[in-house]
Design a protein around this ligand. Structure first.
Ligand code: NAP
Length: 282
Protein backbone atom coordinates (compact mmCIF):
# COMPACT_ATOMS: atom_id res chain seq x y z
CA UNK A 1 0.00 0.00 0.00
CA UNK A 2 1.30 3.47 -0.86
CA UNK A 3 0.40 5.97 1.82
CA UNK A 4 0.90 9.71 1.92
CA UNK A 5 1.61 11.61 5.11
CA UNK A 6 0.99 15.35 5.08
CA UNK A 7 2.90 17.93 7.16
CA UNK A 8 5.85 15.54 6.96
CA UNK A 9 8.18 18.42 7.88
CA UNK A 10 6.51 18.74 11.30
CA UNK A 11 7.31 16.85 14.48
CA UNK A 12 4.30 14.54 14.23
CA UNK A 13 4.46 14.00 10.47
CA UNK A 14 8.14 13.05 10.61
CA UNK A 15 7.43 10.46 13.30
CA UNK A 16 4.50 9.12 11.28
CA UNK A 17 6.79 8.72 8.26
CA UNK A 18 9.23 6.77 10.46
CA UNK A 19 6.46 4.54 11.80
CA UNK A 20 5.10 3.90 8.30
CA UNK A 21 8.53 2.95 6.94
CA UNK A 22 9.05 0.62 9.93
CA UNK A 23 5.76 -1.11 9.17
CA UNK A 24 6.81 -1.71 5.56
CA UNK A 25 4.66 0.83 3.70
CA UNK A 26 5.61 2.68 0.55
CA UNK A 27 5.56 6.27 1.78
CA UNK A 28 4.96 9.59 0.08
CA UNK A 29 5.98 12.40 2.45
CA UNK A 30 4.19 15.65 1.61
CA UNK A 31 5.34 19.05 2.86
CA UNK A 32 4.91 22.61 1.65
CA UNK A 33 8.71 22.87 1.71
CA UNK A 34 10.10 19.47 0.64
CA UNK A 35 13.58 20.64 1.62
CA UNK A 36 12.49 20.41 5.28
CA UNK A 37 11.83 16.66 5.06
CA UNK A 38 14.71 14.33 5.88
CA UNK A 39 15.34 12.00 2.95
CA UNK A 40 15.29 8.27 3.70
CA UNK A 41 15.06 5.05 1.69
CA UNK A 42 11.53 4.04 0.79
CA UNK A 43 10.20 7.60 1.07
CA UNK A 44 9.30 9.81 -1.86
CA UNK A 45 9.08 13.48 -0.93
CA UNK A 46 6.54 15.67 -2.74
CA UNK A 47 5.72 19.35 -2.27
CA UNK A 48 2.21 20.72 -1.68
CA UNK A 49 0.72 23.48 0.47
CA UNK A 50 -2.65 22.97 2.19
CA UNK A 51 -3.70 26.22 0.51
CA UNK A 52 -3.06 24.84 -3.00
CA UNK A 53 -5.65 22.16 -3.90
CA UNK A 54 -4.22 21.54 -7.39
CA UNK A 55 -0.72 20.90 -6.04
CA UNK A 56 -2.18 18.65 -3.33
CA UNK A 57 -4.14 16.65 -5.92
CA UNK A 58 -0.95 16.16 -7.92
CA UNK A 59 0.99 15.17 -4.79
CA UNK A 60 -1.59 12.49 -4.00
CA UNK A 61 -1.35 10.78 -7.40
CA UNK A 62 -0.99 7.01 -7.08
CA UNK A 63 -1.64 7.07 -3.33
CA UNK A 64 -4.01 4.55 -1.68
CA UNK A 65 -4.30 6.08 1.77
CA UNK A 66 -3.54 9.48 3.25
CA UNK A 67 -2.81 10.55 6.80
CA UNK A 68 -3.99 14.16 7.01
CA UNK A 69 -2.13 15.79 9.87
CA UNK A 70 -4.09 18.79 11.15
CA UNK A 71 -2.60 22.18 10.29
CA UNK A 72 -1.40 24.71 12.82
CA UNK A 73 -3.19 27.84 11.64
CA UNK A 74 -6.48 28.18 13.55
CA UNK A 75 -8.90 30.22 11.47
CA UNK A 76 -7.43 28.97 8.20
CA UNK A 77 -7.09 25.30 8.80
CA UNK A 78 -10.68 24.14 8.32
CA UNK A 79 -10.52 25.31 4.70
CA UNK A 80 -7.01 23.83 4.41
CA UNK A 81 -8.25 20.44 5.61
CA UNK A 82 -11.17 20.65 3.18
CA UNK A 83 -8.69 21.29 0.40
CA UNK A 84 -6.77 18.12 1.26
CA UNK A 85 -9.96 16.04 1.53
CA UNK A 86 -11.18 17.35 -1.84
CA UNK A 87 -7.75 16.67 -3.33
CA UNK A 88 -7.80 13.10 -1.98
CA UNK A 89 -11.16 12.51 -3.67
CA UNK A 90 -9.97 14.07 -6.93
CA UNK A 91 -6.81 11.94 -6.88
CA UNK A 92 -8.77 8.71 -6.31
CA UNK A 93 -7.36 8.05 -2.82
CA UNK A 94 -9.25 5.15 -1.21
CA UNK A 95 -9.01 6.03 2.49
CA UNK A 96 -8.07 8.88 4.75
CA UNK A 97 -7.25 9.29 8.44
CA UNK A 98 -7.40 12.72 10.09
CA UNK A 99 -5.68 13.69 13.34
CA UNK A 100 -8.32 15.29 15.55
CA UNK A 101 -8.86 16.20 19.23
CA UNK A 102 -10.38 14.24 22.14
CA UNK A 103 -14.19 13.93 21.87
CA UNK A 104 -14.05 16.62 19.18
CA UNK A 105 -17.77 16.46 18.38
CA UNK A 106 -18.99 17.09 21.91
CA UNK A 107 -16.18 18.57 24.00
CA UNK A 108 -15.86 22.13 25.30
CA UNK A 109 -12.12 22.10 24.38
CA UNK A 110 -11.19 25.53 23.07
CA UNK A 111 -9.37 23.96 20.10
CA UNK A 112 -12.12 21.55 19.11
CA UNK A 113 -14.37 23.51 16.70
CA UNK A 114 -11.84 23.28 13.81
CA UNK A 115 -11.51 19.54 14.38
CA UNK A 116 -15.28 19.03 14.64
CA UNK A 117 -15.83 20.92 11.38
CA UNK A 118 -13.16 18.83 9.64
CA UNK A 119 -14.60 15.57 10.95
CA UNK A 120 -18.03 16.57 9.64
CA UNK A 121 -16.63 17.44 6.22
CA UNK A 122 -14.74 14.16 6.11
CA UNK A 123 -17.83 12.12 7.03
CA UNK A 124 -19.75 13.76 4.18
CA UNK A 125 -16.90 13.42 1.67
CA UNK A 126 -17.75 10.02 0.25
CA UNK A 127 -14.22 8.81 1.07
CA UNK A 128 -13.58 5.89 3.40
CA UNK A 129 -12.48 7.76 6.52
CA UNK A 130 -11.34 7.29 10.06
CA UNK A 131 -10.32 9.73 12.78
CA UNK A 132 -7.41 9.56 15.22
CA UNK A 133 -8.43 11.88 18.06
CA UNK A 134 -5.14 12.64 19.76
CA UNK A 135 -4.91 13.61 23.41
CA UNK A 136 -2.07 15.97 24.39
CA UNK A 137 1.51 15.21 23.48
CA UNK A 138 3.90 14.55 26.40
CA UNK A 139 6.23 16.87 24.51
CA UNK A 140 3.94 19.86 25.17
CA UNK A 141 5.47 19.90 28.65
CA UNK A 142 9.11 20.14 27.59
CA UNK A 143 9.18 23.87 27.01
CA UNK A 144 8.68 24.70 30.69
CA UNK A 145 11.77 22.73 31.78
CA UNK A 146 14.22 25.69 31.69
CA UNK A 147 11.83 27.98 33.59
CA UNK A 148 11.15 25.33 36.24
CA UNK A 149 14.83 24.54 36.64
CA UNK A 150 15.14 28.17 37.78
CA UNK A 151 11.90 28.84 39.67
CA UNK A 152 10.78 25.44 41.00
CA UNK A 153 7.19 26.72 40.88
CA UNK A 154 4.70 25.37 38.34
CA UNK A 155 1.98 28.00 38.06
CA UNK A 156 -1.12 26.85 36.17
CA UNK A 157 -4.90 27.12 36.22
CA UNK A 158 -5.48 23.42 35.59
CA UNK A 159 -6.83 22.66 39.08
CA UNK A 160 -6.57 18.95 39.72
CA UNK A 161 -7.73 18.02 36.23
CA UNK A 162 -6.03 15.06 34.59
CA UNK A 163 -4.33 14.72 31.21
CA UNK A 164 -4.04 11.36 29.43
CA UNK A 165 -1.03 12.41 27.38
CA UNK A 166 1.11 10.15 25.22
CA UNK A 167 4.31 10.72 23.31
CA UNK A 168 4.13 12.05 19.76
CA UNK A 169 5.81 8.85 18.59
CA UNK A 170 3.09 6.71 20.22
CA UNK A 171 0.34 8.80 18.66
CA UNK A 172 2.03 8.85 15.26
CA UNK A 173 2.39 5.04 15.33
CA UNK A 174 -1.32 4.80 16.23
CA UNK A 175 -2.38 7.04 13.35
CA UNK A 176 -0.33 5.00 10.87
CA UNK A 177 -1.77 1.77 12.23
CA UNK A 178 -5.29 3.22 11.98
CA UNK A 179 -4.60 3.92 8.30
CA UNK A 180 -2.77 0.75 7.32
CA UNK A 181 -3.97 -1.94 9.76
CA UNK A 182 -7.36 -3.66 9.90
CA UNK A 183 -9.51 -0.99 8.29
CA UNK A 184 -12.69 0.20 9.98
CA UNK A 185 -14.53 2.79 7.91
CA UNK A 186 -15.98 5.51 10.10
CA UNK A 187 -13.91 4.49 13.13
CA UNK A 188 -13.35 7.25 15.65
CA UNK A 189 -10.36 6.36 17.76
CA UNK A 190 -9.78 8.17 21.04
CA UNK A 191 -6.00 7.97 21.35
CA UNK A 192 -4.11 8.92 24.49
CA UNK A 193 -1.88 7.62 27.24
CA UNK A 194 -2.48 4.67 29.54
CA UNK A 195 -2.19 6.96 32.57
CA UNK A 196 -3.84 10.32 33.22
CA UNK A 197 -1.83 12.61 35.51
CA UNK A 198 -2.67 15.86 37.28
CA UNK A 199 -0.48 18.92 37.75
CA UNK A 200 0.69 17.76 41.19
CA UNK A 201 2.06 14.65 39.49
CA UNK A 202 3.41 16.79 36.65
CA UNK A 203 5.34 18.87 39.22
CA UNK A 204 6.68 15.67 40.77
CA UNK A 205 7.82 14.47 37.34
CA UNK A 206 9.60 17.79 36.73
CA UNK A 207 11.24 17.52 40.16
CA UNK A 208 12.44 14.01 39.42
CA UNK A 209 14.10 14.87 36.11
CA UNK A 210 15.46 18.25 37.24
CA UNK A 211 16.79 16.92 40.55
CA UNK A 212 15.26 19.82 42.48
CA UNK A 213 11.95 20.49 44.27
CA UNK A 214 9.13 21.67 42.02
CA UNK A 215 5.79 22.68 43.55
CA UNK A 216 2.50 23.11 41.71
CA UNK A 217 0.79 26.41 42.49
CA UNK A 218 -2.80 26.26 41.22
CA UNK A 219 -4.20 29.72 40.43
CA UNK A 220 -7.38 31.20 39.02
CA UNK A 221 -7.33 31.75 35.22
CA UNK A 222 -7.41 35.55 35.65
CA UNK A 223 -4.34 35.40 37.92
CA UNK A 224 -2.52 33.22 35.40
CA UNK A 225 -3.29 35.66 32.58
CA UNK A 226 -2.22 38.67 34.65
CA UNK A 227 1.07 36.97 35.60
CA UNK A 228 1.85 35.97 32.03
CA UNK A 229 1.04 39.44 30.67
CA UNK A 230 3.24 41.00 33.36
CA UNK A 231 6.00 38.65 32.18
CA UNK A 232 5.69 39.95 28.62
CA UNK A 233 3.39 37.34 27.06
CA UNK A 234 0.81 38.84 24.65
CA UNK A 235 -2.66 38.93 26.26
CA UNK A 236 -4.25 36.78 23.52
CA UNK A 237 -1.66 34.05 24.02
CA UNK A 238 -2.03 34.19 27.80
CA UNK A 239 -5.82 33.92 27.52
CA UNK A 240 -5.46 30.94 25.19
CA UNK A 241 -3.13 29.16 27.63
CA UNK A 242 -5.54 29.87 30.49
CA UNK A 243 -8.49 28.57 28.44
CA UNK A 244 -6.65 25.32 27.79
CA UNK A 245 -5.89 25.03 31.50
CA UNK A 246 -9.58 25.50 32.25
CA UNK A 247 -10.35 22.72 29.77
CA UNK A 248 -7.94 20.49 31.69
CA UNK A 249 -9.45 21.50 35.05
CA UNK A 250 -12.87 20.55 33.69
CA UNK A 251 -11.64 17.09 32.66
CA UNK A 252 -11.64 17.51 28.85
CA UNK A 253 -8.36 15.57 28.53
CA UNK A 254 -8.78 13.14 31.41
CA UNK A 255 -10.19 10.11 29.68
CA UNK A 256 -8.04 6.97 29.52
CA UNK A 257 -9.39 4.75 26.76
CA UNK A 258 -6.56 2.24 26.26
CA UNK A 259 -7.25 2.35 22.49
CA UNK A 260 -3.77 3.54 21.55
CA UNK A 261 -1.74 0.96 23.46
CA UNK A 262 -4.11 -1.76 22.24
CA UNK A 263 -3.55 -0.72 18.63
CA UNK A 264 0.23 -0.24 18.76
CA UNK A 265 0.74 -3.34 20.89
CA UNK A 266 2.77 -1.74 23.68
CA UNK A 267 2.17 0.55 26.67
CA UNK A 268 2.28 4.26 25.93
CA UNK A 269 5.34 6.27 26.98
CA UNK A 270 5.01 7.70 30.51
CA UNK A 271 5.27 11.49 30.75
CA UNK A 272 8.31 11.31 33.01
CA UNK A 273 10.18 9.24 30.40
CA UNK A 274 9.65 11.90 27.74
CA UNK A 275 10.85 14.59 30.19
CA UNK A 276 13.84 12.46 31.19
CA UNK A 277 14.88 11.81 27.59
CA UNK A 278 14.79 15.53 26.86
CA UNK A 279 16.81 16.52 29.92
CA UNK A 280 19.35 13.77 29.24
CA UNK A 281 19.75 15.03 25.65
CA UNK A 282 20.14 18.69 26.69
N1 NAP B 1 -2.17 16.87 20.54
C1 NAP B 1 -1.35 17.87 20.86
O1 NAP B 1 -0.85 17.98 21.99
C2 NAP B 1 -0.98 18.87 19.81
C3 NAP B 1 -0.05 19.87 20.14
C4 NAP B 1 0.31 20.78 19.14
C5 NAP B 1 -0.25 20.69 17.88
N2 NAP B 1 -1.15 19.70 17.61
C6 NAP B 1 -1.77 19.53 16.27
O2 NAP B 1 -1.08 18.46 15.63
C7 NAP B 1 -0.46 18.92 14.42
C8 NAP B 1 0.90 18.25 14.27
O3 NAP B 1 1.68 18.56 15.42
P1 NAP B 1 3.22 18.85 15.30
O4 NAP B 1 3.77 18.74 16.67
O5 NAP B 1 3.82 18.06 14.21
O6 NAP B 1 3.23 20.38 14.85
P2 NAP B 1 4.43 21.14 14.11
O7 NAP B 1 5.72 20.51 14.38
O8 NAP B 1 4.21 22.59 14.40
O9 NAP B 1 4.11 20.88 12.56
C9 NAP B 1 3.07 21.52 11.89
C10 NAP B 1 3.14 21.04 10.46
O10 NAP B 1 2.06 21.62 9.72
C11 NAP B 1 2.61 22.06 8.49
N3 NAP B 1 1.81 23.09 7.88
C12 NAP B 1 1.35 24.22 8.45
N4 NAP B 1 0.68 24.95 7.53
C13 NAP B 1 0.74 24.25 6.37
C14 NAP B 1 0.27 24.49 5.06
N5 NAP B 1 -0.42 25.62 4.77
N6 NAP B 1 0.51 23.58 4.11
C15 NAP B 1 1.19 22.45 4.38
N7 NAP B 1 1.69 22.17 5.60
C16 NAP B 1 1.46 23.07 6.58
C17 NAP B 1 3.98 22.59 8.87
O11 NAP B 1 4.78 22.80 7.72
P3 NAP B 1 6.16 23.68 7.81
O12 NAP B 1 7.21 22.74 8.35
O13 NAP B 1 6.39 24.07 6.39
O14 NAP B 1 5.87 24.83 8.72
C18 NAP B 1 4.45 21.44 9.74
O15 NAP B 1 4.87 20.35 8.96
C19 NAP B 1 -0.38 20.45 14.57
O16 NAP B 1 -0.37 21.08 13.30
C20 NAP B 1 -1.65 20.74 15.36
O17 NAP B 1 -2.80 20.74 14.52
C21 NAP B 1 -1.51 18.79 18.55
Amino acid sequence: MTIAITAASGHFGALAVEAAVRSGQEVVAIARDPGRVAGRPGVEVRGADYDDPAAMTAALAGVTGVLLVSGNQPGKRVQQHRNVIDAARAAGVARIVYTSAPRAATTSLVLAPDHKATEEYLAASGLAWSVARNNWYNENYLQRLPELAQSGVLVAAAGSGRVASASRADLAAGAVEALTGAWRDGAIREFGGDVAWDHYELAAAYAEVLGRPVAYEPVEPSILVAGMVAGGVPRGTAEFVAAMDVDIAQGALAEVTGELSALIGRPTTPLVETLRAATAAA
